[in-house]
Design a protein around this ligand. Structure first.
Ligand code: SF4
Ligand code: FES
Length: 234
């Protein structure tokens, strides 16, 4: 297996040739924030939260592969501000109700906001009018909280071998659509990976909300990314 050596914020990292910067960093115990990337899903490079500078140029770490001798910058004030702004904009672009959302404490958007020190958005709320599809017996989709990360689209295709979700429209008109008139007309099951991978409270199982008490939820005690940063096998 051919290897390359490069640096992230001055730290020498050895990686497998062809690996993405995000995965190589993760293997080295360095957390690069991300939203649309998820474990083994094909990277999509759409949210740009994982932006780093590679030899001076901004690149998405989830799609950019490592190169011998590359100089990668990640935790600079400029990039932290850039990511913070992206997360900030996602909050105002949709309708997020963190205080009441069943995903609170497990939501990656909320967890990133905590990590970036966002207490209140700095931009004006757009308050879009969006639908909630409650038609399915076991799953619902609240488009108000969808951040268009595309994880469900990729998981449905690649892991569930279905094609339940797709994007329609472009720019500010882009939205998530299902392959039926409503969720109940699709072959989506509550056990599908597509449901599990949603980073926010948009695609949710019914009747399981608020199961874990406050204080015991995933990001209550541990900031997002800390599991990577404190891994012992790095
Ligand atoms: S429903 Fe969830 S997983 Fe699917 S695009 Fe929206 S936020 Fe991403
Ligand atoms: S995580 Fe890389 S662009 Fe979204």
């Amino acid at each position: 297996m051919s290897r390359v050596t490069f640096t992230i914020d001055g730290k020498t990292v050895k990686a497998i040739r062809g690996q993405t910067i995000l995965k190589a960093a993760e293997a080295a115990g360095i957390f690069i924030p991300r939203l649309c990337a998820y474990r083994d899903l094909t990277p999509h490079g759409s949210c740009r939260v994982c932006s780093v500078r590679v030899n001076g140029r901004i690149q998405a770490a989830c799609v950019q592969t490592v190169a011998e001798g590359a100089v990668v910058e990640s935790e600079t004030p400029e990039l932290q501000e850039f990511r913070r702004n992206l997360v900030d904009m996602l909050f105002v672009e949709g309708n997020h109700f963190c205080m009441f959302c069943e995903k609170s404490g497990f939501c990656e958007l909320q967890a990133l906001a905590y990590r970036f020190g966002i207490a209140a958005p700095r931009y004006r709320y757009l308050n879009p009018k969006r639908d909630i599809d409650l038609s399915h017996p076991d799953v619902y989709i609240d488009h108000n909280r969808c951040i268009l990360c595309g994880r469900c689209v990729r998981a449905s295709q690649d892991m569930d071998r279905k094609n339940v979700f797709q994007f329609v429209g472009r720019g500010s008109r882009k939205r998530l659509q299902v392959n039926g008139d409503s969720l109940s007309e699709t072959d989506l099951k509550a056990t599908d990976e597509a449901v599990s991978v949603c980073p926010v409270g948009a695609l949710m199982r019914k009747r399981v909300g608020y199961e874990v008490p406050v204080g015991q939820r995933r990001y209550d005690g541990q900031p997002i990314g800390e599991d990577i940063e404190t891994r012992e096998d790095k």
